[in-house]
Ligand binder design. Sequence first.
Ligand code: HSE
Length: 405
Amino acid sequence: MAKIAILGFGTVGSGVAEVLTENNDIIEQKLAEKLELKYILDVRDFSGSPFADKMIKDFSVIENDPEIEVVVETIGGAKIAYEFTKRALLSGKHVVTSNKELVATRGEELLQIAKDKNINYMFEASVGGTIPIIRPLKDCLPANRIDEICGILNGTTNFILTRMIKANLEFSDALKEAKELGYAEQDPTADIEGHDACRKICILSDLTYGRNFSPESVYTEGITKITLEDAEYAASGGYVIKLLGRAKLRPDGKLYMMVAPHLIKKECPLAYIEDAFNGIMIKGNACDEVMFYGRGAGKRPTASAVLADVMDAVRHRKARKNIYWNGSGNDMMADLGEHIYPMYYRVKSSSAKIGGVYKIACLLGESPDECAFITEPLSGNEHKERLGLLEKACGVLSKIRVLED
Ligand code: HSE
């Protein structure tokens, strides 16, 4: 029998309690022992909940209970969640989390404590919701040099972009729907400004390259400037707009890392990922391209990944899994000014005026006072220079990266 405690009874925490209760027999059969939820910690009152008898408000009860083997942290954020995770690990309990902010910002330190204590800090649910990605990267692809990680890593923004196109919704209405469905973070700024996707690409890169890539060092751009017009022009040229988290290895061992909206060709497998689904493409020098797909957000899909880690932690109660990264990855990050890619522009002029500034590779649409086009591939530094010239020549309405071939 293994006993667990859940910290935080929000969307994910309540999902874990529900799925554990509903699938208890299946879990017991697969684990070959019983898994019991003993406590749920939350400062709020849940007296009407079916789990009311498990609710407590004092973390030290969990910390000091030798029966608790695994603590599930679903509080979110990097303050109280950090304190409780550290205390749980120091008291010798395995910790499982869906908290990407904490893993991305404090993972190195927490994994070191877990190592010192010979226990596990596990975070499969922190990237891609229900999608198995942490375990495959660590256990199935470790013999590869990973040349690229490119993914749709945020369900809320993918849902918004899909709803804008498919239901002709304004950005704010699509965001409202995402919040109602429980996809968005408490403060959706982290979703729409790209910070959530940034934390996730950092975690994947930390795990892959063994160094600590801090979210503040990664170029991050959200989707708030994307308009329905841009999406329509993109579609007319056979493209869709997706928010991508990317880490691309250069031959010299440096990484281009970024989170930004991109125009991607409709034939690209990532173009088919819609709604709150996530898709992650990993390119390795032996495995070639591997795609991972599934629900990237939501109560029960995320709970599924959390519970898989809980079961793994119980199975490995006496054998720590070797997950760690250390030392800053900043010196591995390449200058994005050297990265070569095409750009999409929508400008306040006819295409005749563009010729002096950019060579147009593909004209997506034109009216007397506006045109949209894709440029030739150039370096980030050259795009910066020409953007200045374009702004002077005609006024830029939108600019979005195009995923290079
Ligand atoms: N807000 C996140 C998303 C939740 O929309 O992807 C899952 O990490």
